[in-house]
Design a protein around this ligand. Structure first.
Ligand code: RM4
Length: 260
């Protein structure tokens, strides 16, 4: 078990990639604290998305708590870490995953769309990383932080002019935190998912031509699944990556390198 008895905190952990990270961590022996924001609807049958993921983790014999909060607000990260320590006694891994991507044209993009995307994706990553790192430093036993950046940190999107800079920022945040936190034995890395089929892009990929275009561009011939990313997060969080910090791992089926 790669994360035996570790405590893993996942932001945006009730859906998509975050949900897969939470489940994969539990399968590898971790207890999990899940941050979510507004996922109280009954989208997973009778249970809400949050109740569903907590139930799946507990069915694996691991413990789980769910803490609601908007990571864009600094206090959310502080409260999330406090509730995690109250429940499980310590924090070993942070998956800074929460993010939004409201596709929108550049020229008429309202300030609110831009500012909300920056607040959640970049400010949120900064605040929750800071809160987790302070707890890890106080514990004195190191830790691992894995941020969900994106292929979009490296390449652009015409409908993502607000979003791609935040993913580049998350990647850079991990590089600088690797330097700042290395002395405390805290490793900081990012994963860079390609086009992964989740709620985040369900509308965008409901366009058959867009979906076919993306699938054609991917050498492995399929869109990614959330667990394709989660397995890489588990690796970077685990002791198998004990000498890896300040790094980024593309998880994109070869999309980035495929010019022709
Ligand atoms: C990713 C990448 C994908 C898009 C998602 C929302 O960074 O741009 O193509 O579907 O974001």
């Amino acid at each position: 078990m790669l994360l035996e008895n570790k405590v893993v905190v996942v932001t945006g952990g009730s859906r998509g990639i975050g949900r897969a990270i939470a489940l994969a961590s539990a399968r590898e022996g971790a207890d999990v604290a899940i941050n979510y924001w507004g996922d109280n609807d009954r989208s997973y049958g009778k249970a809400s998305a949050v109740e569903s993921i907590v139930g799946e983790i507990e069915a694996l014999g691991r413990r789980a708590i769910a803490v609601e909060g908007n990571v864009a607000e600094r206090d959310t990260g502080i409260e999330l870490i406090r509730r995690t320590v109250d429940a499980f006694g310590h924090v070993d891994v942070l998956s800074s995953n929460a993010g939004i991507c409201p596709f929108h044209a550049f020229l008429d993009m309202p300030a609110s769309v831009y500012e909300t995307t920056v607040a959640v994706n970049l400010n949120g990553a900064f605040y929750v990383t800071q809160a987790a790192a302070n707890q890890m430093k106080a514990q004195g036993t190191g830790g691992a932080i894995v941020a969900t950046s994106s292929i979009s940190a490296l390449v652009g999107g015409g409908m993502q002019t607000h979003y791609t800079p935040t993913k580049a920022g998350v990647h850079s945040l991990m590089q600088s935190c690797a330097i700042a936190l290395g002395p405390y034995g805290i490793r900081c890395n990012s994963v860079m998912p390609g086009t992964i089929a989740t709620d985040l892009n369900a509308d965008d990929l409901s366009d058959a031509d867009k979906r076919a275009y993306m699938e054609k561009r991917i050498p492995l011939g399929r869109l990614g699944a959330p667990d394709d990313v989660a397995q890489c997060v588990v690796f970077l969080a685990s002791d198998r990556a004990r000498y890896v910090t300040g790094a980024s791992l593309l998880v994109d089926g070869g999309l980035f390198v495929n010019l022709q």
